[in-house]
Write a new protein. Structure first.
Length: 262
């Protein structure tokens, strides 16, 4: 328990430092937050007019899309605030910048992941929480919170798997970005809007459906199997990301560069 507590304290210390650093450039910070919130609003406006024109699509209405976006935006915001380095790992490996983390006593995987921060993610978090607040009296709050945790874990783990490919195939930043963009793209649609073979892929090979699509279905029609499966998949993908990271870390070669963190 002491080890877990010390790592949690480390994550929050990083968060405080990162927020203070971001707020020093107040205008830039505010612009990034607002711009991301506006970006999310534009997408919802698009879906509003889409469903206004076509009504029910494959059993889904605008409120379903609103809930789905609230889940993924909040989870994406949490991932960006607490684990932004999940997207930077590939470039850090290619540039030999992992040396700093390897010299410290804390767990390398945890330390590396939690030391990054994105101001844009704050905009996602604020937007997502506002949207989810519309559903707190519609769906059980404990289920919403649970799915936020599993969605955040999946977003972090999938990105880390994509970024960890840098250990194996060299310059893989494009691959990492492709994995990230693809997972987000598919996660922003309900599972019922895909064909059967695409559903199978999104539920097994690349389980991005469990980020928001499956939670949406479980919130609409509760099943304990759906809850347990979502939790199990999130933990399994996280475990795989840790294995892929540490096995790849054995192949890491220092860049022999003088790198100073500021």
């Amino acid at each position: 328990m002491n080890i877990i507590w010390s790592h949690l304290l480390l994550a929050f210390e990083y968060l405080k430092i990162n927020v203070k650093t971001a707020v020093e450039y107040r205008t830039s910070f505010i612009i990034q937050v607002i711009s991301m919130a506006i970006n999310n609003i534009i997408w919802l406006v698009f879906w509003f007019y889409f469903f206004d024109s076509f009504g029910v699509v494959n059993g889904y209405v605008f409120l379903d899309m609103l809930l789905l976006y609230g889940l993924i935006a909040t989870a994406y915001g949490l991932a960006g605030i607490f684990a932004q380095n999940r997207k930077s790992l590939a470039s850090m490996v290619n540039q030999g910048r992992l040396d700093y983390y390897l010299t410290l006593p804390k767990n390398v995987f945890f330390h590396l992941t939690t030391s990054g921060f994105s101001a844009f993610a704050v905009g996602d978090l604020i937007f997502g929480l506002i949207v989810l607040s519309l559903f707190v009296f519609v769906y059980p709050i404990h289920l919403i919170l649970l799915f936020l945790v599993t969605a955040t874990i999946l977003l972090i783990a999938i990105d880390l798997i994509g970024s960890s490919l840098a250990f194996y195939v060299g310059n893989s930043e494009r691959i990492s970005n492709t994995v990230h963009n693809t997972s987000i793209a598919f996660a922003t649609y309900p599972i019922g809007m895909f064909t059967d073979w695409v559903k199978i892929i999104l539920l097994t090979v690349i389980p991005v459906a469990f980020i928001s699509a499956v939670p949406l279905e479980v919130l609409k029609v509760f099943t304990i199997e759906g809850v347990l499966l979502t939790i199990g998949v999130a933990l399994l993908v996280l475990f795989i990301s840790i294995i892929v990271f540490y096995y790849g870390l054995r192949r890491y070669e220092s860049g022999n560069l003088l790198y100073v963190r500021t």
